[in-house]
Design a protein around this ligand. Structure first.
Ligand code: PFF
Length: 438
């Protein structure tokens, strides 16, 4: 159940929507290489740290931090990790609901056959039409948030388990079908070249920060979501093997989504740096041209919406678990309150694509870009760095070894990663970015 829930949290819009467009905006190959390095050298050790912390206390991230601070005699300032996570959860959920709303829109439109025989231009125009319609976007966002909150309020276990057991294999299967189609679309060579040839000159400084932020985002790291789920991991399960399974699955889905999307981009003369619309333009186009496209497409966007749902659910878990623990609050009431706050914050993202498109909030960024930057490029990496430092330097070794279940060489390797490599990696990227922006 933990593997399913954590994989459900990790695999989401980040893999299918965000990874391809970020890789596209940052020039492809070099971005992907930095991203993979971040997953393996920084992401996996931190993911293990989150699970071991959650399993040690079996409480919400905020109370986990409180208890572990006591256990290690450390400064209460470390509990900041828990609070930052709650804040990041709100920020991410706010825009996540909006983008998931887009996938609901495509679920309806593609299955209705709207895109049959469409062209690249028409698919772009359809997406622009959606962005220009704030009321439609709010309606879709509201529908998605309502389903999320309904499930969170009812308690996640039964429904979630069933959904993930079915949708994950189906999603993989459909990605393979799409891959087969995309490989024969005519843009394969260019697509592969874009994704896998190393052109560091195309990767700007901000691209490196983006790659790291994306590694955290895609594994749901740095904000306590995995820590909160870690509280439910059975004591006899191996943390290492479950985390590797989840991280590999997550990486596979992201790379497969890229392999589907980029050949289509080049075969249809589209722009890889199109931005957030990349998947919503290329995939309807592909479905519009393939046999039974309305059916495949409908199922695909249904699965993407499910993937988004299981991730959205996990975004509420750190705040929810804490409020239920400390205030004995009713799950339902807390779920609705959290949902309404995120929904309202999400309106800013909706307007960023139309009436507020030119309103700059922070260093020339509009509302959506600011929220995205704050959460993904700042709070998640910082939270992750603090988690790695806490587990690497502060938590007693006996606790860590007891949870990980190994000592000796493997422990030494893990310790080097969590003490030095992960925190230094985050720090170097931050400093590098600040120096080059100022
Ligand atoms: N990992 C999710 C995705 O890739 O779509 C997004 C996410 C979920 C981030 C939960 C953070 C989180 F706590």
């Amino acid at each position: 159940m933990f593997i399913l829930a954590a994989a459900g949290s990790a695999v989401g819009l980040g893999n299918i929507w965000k990874f391809p467009y970020m890789a596209g905006e940052n020039g492809g190959g070099a971005f992907i290489l930095v991203y993979l390095a971040c997953i393996f050298l920084i992401g996996i050790p931190i993911m293990m740290a989150e699970v071991l912390m959650g399993r040690e206390t079996r409480q919400s991230p905020i109370n986990t931090m409180r208890q572990l601070v006591k256990l290690s005699g450390a400064s209460p300032a470390w509990t900041m990790i828990g609070w930052m996570g709650v804040a990041a959860g709100f920020l991410i959920l706010s825009f996540y609901g909006v983008i998931a709303g887009w996938s609901l829109y495509y679920l309806f439109e593609v299955s209705a056959g709207t895109f049959q025989g469409t062209t690249g231009e028409a698919a772009s125009a359809a997406f622009d039409g959606l962005l220009a319609d704030p009321l439609l976007m709010i309606g879709l966002q509201t529908a998605f948030m309502a389903v999320t909150i309904f499930i969170v309020a009812r308690g996640v276990s039964g429904g979630l388990e069933l959904a993930i057991r079915w949708f994950m294999p189906l999603l993989l299967l459909l990605l393979l079908v799409l891959l087969g189609y995309s490989l024969t679309s005519g843009g394969l060579a260019e697509g592969l070249d874009f994704m896998f040839s190393f052109h560091p000159e195309r990767l700007g400084v901000e691209g490196v920060l983006d790659a790291m932020g994306q590694a955290f985002f895609t594994l749901s790291l740095g904000m306590g979501a995995i820590m909160a789920y870690g509280a439910y991991v059975p004591s006899n399960a191996s943390i290492t093997s479950t985390i590797f399974t989840i991280a590999l699955l997550d990486t596979f889905v992201a790379v497969a989504a890229g392999l589907v999307i980029f050949p289509l981009v080049f075969a249809n003369g589209l722009n890889p740096a199109e931005g957030p619309g990349l998947m919503f333009v290329t995939l309807p186009l592909a479905f519009g041209q393939m046999p039974f496209g309305a059916i495949f497409g409908g199922v695909f966007f249904l699965l993407v919406s499910f993937a988004a749902l299981t991730s959205a659910i996990s975004l509420t878990e750190p705040a929810l678990a804490w409020l239920v623990e400390d205030y004995n609050a009713k799950r339902g009431r807390v779920a609705v309150t959290l949902g309404v706050i995120s929904w309202a914050l999400g309106l800013g993202t909706v307007f960023s694509f139309n009436i507020w498109a030119d309103v700059q909030i922070f260093f020339g960024k509009n509302f959506f870009d600011t929220v995205d930057f704050l959460a993904n490029n700042t709070l998640l990496p910082l939270g992750g760095m603090l988690i790695a430092l806490f587990v690497g330097w502060v938590l007693p070794k006996s606790t860590v070894v007891g949870q990980l279940g190994f000592d000796g060489g493997r422990y030494a390797l893990w310790q080097v990663l969590s003490r030095f490599v992960a925190p230094a990696g985050v720090l170097v990227v931050f400093v590098y970015t600040v120096i080059s922006t100022v």
